[in-house]
Design a protein around this ligand. Structure first.
Ligand code: PLP
Length: 341
């Protein structure tokens, strides 16, 4: 199967399996797992920050950050279509009593003036305080779009001006860095907290990191326990995560090249358009005129290709370590014959 459903389907590499088997472990809730400690130090250093915390999922990392930066009854501003708004089970409200305020964010770039208007250091009239802006980079449902560093810096200044925090949902920040050459410490410097995923393009089986200053990460450890995310001999997961950080970032350019080739091939098929344009990174959305996406997904499946219908006429393809050039060829050939039938 050529599985384009998501980069979350990537499997741990043989080197990761080996490292899991040999990992030194301890009880990480007691903070004595040496492998977790190494992972956290290495991650903090990569971003030029003081500390990092290993968390079971990206969603938990984002939710811990929200809990730390805002209080129950307050508002959190974020871009429309963002993961923390649409894809985290309403956790801002359910776990932390926060109200989400979606802002226009073309290509994932949260509108600077809209952010200035939404962020509010204290309640005003009957409006609650809004002390946190969450920015997603790359932006998943805006087609893996890269939010450029200068745009993040502009949002950072607005947050400073409005006494609000900036949290970067960097589930695929590695892809943004690979596509633009932006050094990771530049991202570290622009946000109060960052969440990065190890379990997507970097192929680790499980886990994400929440990164920031020492004080924030200490408080994050308590919230992680509150949310049920304290883990015991979790060095077995930190070991492959260390390999992900050290060895897997360099290959993301291959995923981007395959996404570009897939997009170019899709564009040549009649009745197919790319509503979000050519991909910046590893995510391609294709729109199909005159043929339901569900039918095309079924045709792909019969040809050993998997992808997700994200709407009645759109399909999302994500490239990753588990799909090669032959996967791209198979997807294009299957769609071409399905559309011709
Ligand atoms: C995948 C993802 C997350 C976190 O997902 P988990 O499945 O909880 O690890 C957060 N933000 C974005 C943009 C994502 O794509």
């Amino acid at each position: 199967m050529h599985d384009f459903r998501s980069d979350t389907v990537t499997r741990p590499t043989p080197a990761m399996r080996q490292a899991m088997a040999e990992a030194e472990v301890g009880d990480d809730v007691l903070e004595v797992d040496p492998t977790v400690a190494k992972l956290q130090e290495e991650a903090a250093q990569l971003f030029g920050r003081e500390a990092a915390l290993f968390v079971p999922s990206g969603s938990m990392g984002n939710q811990i950050a929200a809990r730390l930066h805002a209080r129950s009854g307050e508002e959190v501003a974020l871009g429309d279509g963002s993961h923390s708004f649409d894809w985290e089970m309403g956790a801002l409200a359910a776990l932390s009593g926060l109200q989400a305020r979606p802002l226009p964010a073309p290509r994932g770039r949260v509108d600077v003036e809209a952010a200035r208007a939404a962020l509010r250091p204290a309640p005003a009239g009957h409006r609650p305080a809004c002390r946190l802006l969450i920015v997603e980079n790359t932006h998943n449902f805006h087609g893996g779009a890269v939010v450029p560093l200068d745009h993040l810096q502009a949002l950072r200044s607005v947050c400073r001006e409005r006494d609000a925090a900036l949290h970067l949902d960097g589930a695929r920040l590695w892809n943004a860095a690979a596509a633009t050459g932006t050094p990771l410490p530049a991202y570290g410097a622009v946000a109060d907290s960052l969440m990065v995923c190890l379990s997507k393009g970097l192929c680790a089986p499980v886990g994400s990191l929440l990164i920031g200053d020492r004080e924030l990460v200490e408080r994050a450890r308590h919230v992680r326990k509150l949310f049920g995310g304290g883990m015991r001999q979790v060095g077995v997961l930190a070991a492959p995560a260390r390999i992900a950080l050290a060895e897997m970032r360099g290959r993301l350019g291959d995923d981007h090249a395959r996404a570009a080739r897939l997009a170019a091939g899709l564009q040549r098929l009649s009745g197919v358009t790319l509503p979000l344009g050519a991909p910046d990174t590893n995510i391609v959305f294709a729109a199909f005129a005159g043929r339901p996406a569900s039918e095309l997904v079924a045709a792909l499946e019969r040809n050993q290709v998997r992808a997700i219908a994200t709407g009645p006429a759109t399909i999302r393809f994500v490239t990753h370590h588990g799909v090669g050039d032959e996967g791209v060829d198979a997807a294009l050939a299957a769609l071409e014959s399905a559309l011709a039938a």
